[in-house]
Write a protein that binds this ligand. Structure first.
Ligand code: BTN
Length: 303
């Protein structure tokens, strides 16, 4: 968020504060103050004008500026009420040379999942794609996917939901292990460095489970509607922290794993591996004890 805009919001949040006072404190004209106040109102911030000055009464439930204000991680939020796919839009921004952007939407009309599946994205969800260029070699990119799964689990804990992770990145809840969130990572890079990385996260937040495929659930079904603004902030700040400390990810992932210790069947591009999942190794490889030796898989569909 632009620095002055943030300073105006800070002043309003601890208001009431008069226009001239803000102008003097921020060293901008009164007209500039008024323009900021109007732009914030247009973005859904409820700014009351009292005798003593302006004061922030409430922030919008969702939206770009609303999520950006209070976010610790330094991302620009590009918000859309409705968009085909936040990952597709993030790719456009990546190809235009932009970085440190989060594309966020209330609804997607062409959401994409892993293996080219469709991803149901009705209004009320948290559909977002973080575009960055983490300081990692491309071979380590899978750790970003695991980091995102950990960030989702830790974020939903803040609204009282205990979730687990099925390798590599399905976030599931309850005894019947319904899918609450999914992650789709895309990347471009050369042999030794990532040029851009997009971590797309779909979190079924304030949506009816009937609008989702069988086997999926939502926060609304589990705990009722949540404050998407603070939840998105927790998710993005958590993910940013994990991306900055990739060595911390595996331990946290293991703590939340639903896969380790279980008998699994993993379909890779070339074969099916069956056995007990015994470990996960950097940057996200599943280690399977097959009975005829240990096998490691870097990507695949796990059942
Ligand atoms: C999966 O198949 O489990 C991954 C689903 C990823 C969905 C998210 S929603 C935000 C972003 N935009 C997309 O089109 N897909 C990802």
């Amino acid at each position: 968020m632009q620095e002055t805009r943030r300073a105006v919001l800070d002043a309003l949040a601890s208001g009431p504060v008069s226009g001239p006072e803000m102008a003097a404190d921020l060293d901008i004209s009164r007209t500039a103050v008024w323009k900021h106040v109007e732009a914030l109102r247009e973005a859904g911030f409820d700014i009351e004008s009292r005798e003593a000055g302006y004061a922030l009464a409430s922030s919008p439930e969702f939206g770009g500026l609303a999520v950006e204000y209070g976010l610790e991680a330094p991302y620009e939020i590009e918000f859309h009420e409705s968009i085909p796919s936040t990952n597709a839009r993030a790719r456009e921004r990546a190809e235009a040379g932009d970085r440190d952007v989060v594309v966020l939407a209330d609804e997607q009309t062409g959401g994409r999942g892993r293996l080219d599946r469709a991803w149901a994205s009705p209004s009320g969800g948290i559909w977002c794609s973080l575009l960055g260029s983490p300081d990692l070699p491309p071979a380590h990119a899978p750790i970003a996917t695991l980091a995102a799964a950990v960030a989702v689990v830790e974020a939903v804990e803040t609204v009282g939901v205990e979730a687990g992770i099925k390798w590599p990145n399905d976030v599931l809840v309850g005894e019947d292990e319904r899918k609450l969130a999914g992650i789709l990572t895309e990347m471009a890079g050369e042999h030794d460095r990532i040029d851009w990385l997009i971590v797309g996260i779909g979190l079924n937040a304030n949506v009816d489970p009937e609008a989702l495929p069988a086997g999926a659930t939502s926060l609304r079904a589990l705990v009722g509607d949540v404050d998407r603004r603070t939840l998105t902030q927790a998710l993005l700040d958590g993910l940013d922290d994990r991306l900055g400390a990739p060595d911390s990810v595996l331990e946290a992932w293991t703590d939340h794993s639903l896969t380790l210790g279980r008998r699994v069947r993993v379909e890779t591009q070339s074969e099916t591996i069956v056995g007990e999942a015994v470990d996960v190794a950097f940057p996200g490889t599943l280690v399977i004890e097959t009975g005829r030796g240990r096998r490691t898989v870097t990507a695949g569909d796990c059942e």
